[in-house]
Design a binder for this molecule. Structure first.
Ligand code: AMP
Length: 417
């Protein structure tokens, strides 16, 4: 078994095998021995590289081997993450990897957007490992719900996103409360100057690990554009999921309402589908992500904003049920697939009224995606005159269908060179 050869205790190596990890990934090979030695680490790696286990496994071992005051639990390891979804995900990984330890650490996950009371309750009696988003952590520190003065190891996960999301000030306040003597692990997908400055401030003689990930340089994402009438997109999605045997699909829609409707229709057609949008409770959102990962849910129908926090490796298919508003959003969406060297597929549905918008996206991105038609789903609608379209991203809202006159006008316009 290769995991024990990294210096990991049998209980942790067993948990890694149980989790389905056959052999350590590149970042795990490099990081685990260094973290076990107590060295600082600077990891340039993307989600999908196995970085969560790369810090979780050795830090669990450091915790298990640390002398403890039995009377009082002090936070030993603090993991700071940018989003609540990532917090939940890291907490879950830690729990899974800790399952065979003789004594299991108390792991508490803290994030905003939900009531603070259950988190305060969870912190009663202390915690060994805390995974938190910076804002909520500060709230709880202000309420004296926990103390971080004895932290032995700090992890900044996705440091670039922490800074992107404007957490610099919060990070500064948190760092000021930590003891000077501690181990620091710093992970970031990009290394822009602000990230570099933060790393330089935090790390002492770090081991620098750079993981070449194929998706960072040349994503292996096949792009398809299928012409279909707006009114038949749900049927087409259902057809493709079933015919192509897609196991895990993230479908993007323009509105929360559309997310509900499309997921509902798919469910009625016998496909495990869930909506994912900002009006759902945090508990529900966490559940949907967990179910999606565990393959209990086959299709997640999401709005852009909500989907930003979903980090799922091995996402084979992304569908633009509604086109994104901008070319940048298009790249962001399709980048959800084809991670970590896996190949991915991004399918865009192009009703006649969205053709001009998709052409604009292609132009901005220097792309040319051939249009396809699927037998049995050939479009019959033609584009409406531009002034009759509310927004190209509205995705065929009812009542916006072209009238006969619109169709004749559009057909005439199409004939012109
Ligand atoms: P991360 O980069 O931490 O987001 O991990 C990406 C995915 O890789 C997660 O779904 C892990 O379960 C999985 N993973 C982590 N380590 C390994 C490994 N050694 N072998 C196979 N899969 C792994």
């Amino acid at each position: 078994m290769p995991f024990p050869s990294l210096g990991l205790a049998p209980a942790l190596a067993l948990a890694a095998t149980d989790a389905g990890y056959l052999a350590p990934t590149a970042i795990q090979l490099a990081a685990v021995p260094a973290v076990l030695r107590g060295q600082d680490v600077l990891g340039l790696a993307q989600t999908g590289s196995g970085k969560t286990a790369a810090f979780s496994l050795p830090l669990l071992q450091r915790w298990a081997e640390a002398p403890r005051h039995r009377s009082r639990r002090a936070v030993h390891t603090l993991v700071l993450v940018p989003t609540r979804e990532l917090a939940a995900q890291v907490g879950e990984t830690l729990r899974i990897l800790a399952q065979h330890l003789n004594e299991r650490p108390k792991i508490v996950v803290l994030f905003g957007g939900v009531s603070v009371n259950p988190q305060m309750m969870a912190l009663r009696g202390g915690a060994d490992i805390v995974v938190a988003t910076p804002g909520r952590l500060l709230d709880l520190l202000d309420h004296n719900a926990l103390k971080i003065g004895d932290v032995a190891a700090l992890v900044l996960d996705e440091a670039d996103r922490l800074l992107d999301l404007g957490f610099a000030e919060e990070l500064g306040r948190i760092l000021a409360l930590l003891p000077a003597q501690r181990q620091n692990l710093f992970f970031s997908a990009t290394f822009v100057p602000a990230v570099e400055a933060l790393a330089a401030q935090l790390l002492r003689d770090p081991l620098r690990i750079e993981v070449e990930s194929t998706d960072a340089t040349e994503p292996d994402i096949a792009q398809r554009a299928i012409e279909v009438d707006a009114s038949r997109r749900t049927q087409l999605l259902r057809h493709l999921v079933q015919e192509q045997k897609w196991t895990r699909v993230l479908a993007f829609v323009a509105t929360k309402h559309a997310a509900e409707i499309v997921a509902d229709k798919l469910r009625k057609a016998g496909i495990e589908a869930e909506p994912f949008h900002g009006l759902l409770s945090q508990g529900k959102r966490t559940q949907v992500v967990a179910d999606f990962k565990a393959s209990r849910v086959q299709v997640v129908v999401a709005t852009d904003l909500a989907a930003r926090g979903i980090d799922i490796a091995q996402l084979p298919v992304v569908v633009n049920y509604d086109l994104p508003r901008s070319a940048t959003d298009y790249v962001h969406r399709i980048g959800r697939t084809g991670r970590a060297g896996e190949s991915g597929l991004a399918v865009s549905f192009i009703p006649a009224e969205s053709e001009a918008h998709f052409r604009l996206i292609e132009k901005r991105q220097g792309l040319s995606v051939p249009r396809e038609r699927i037998a049995g789903f050939e479009p019959v609608e033609v584009a409406v005159a531009p002034q009759a379209i509310e927004s190209p991203a509205n995705g065929g809202i009812k009542g916006k269908r072209p009238s006969k006159k619109d169709k004749l006008r559009a057909a005439a316009a199409n004939k012109q060179p």
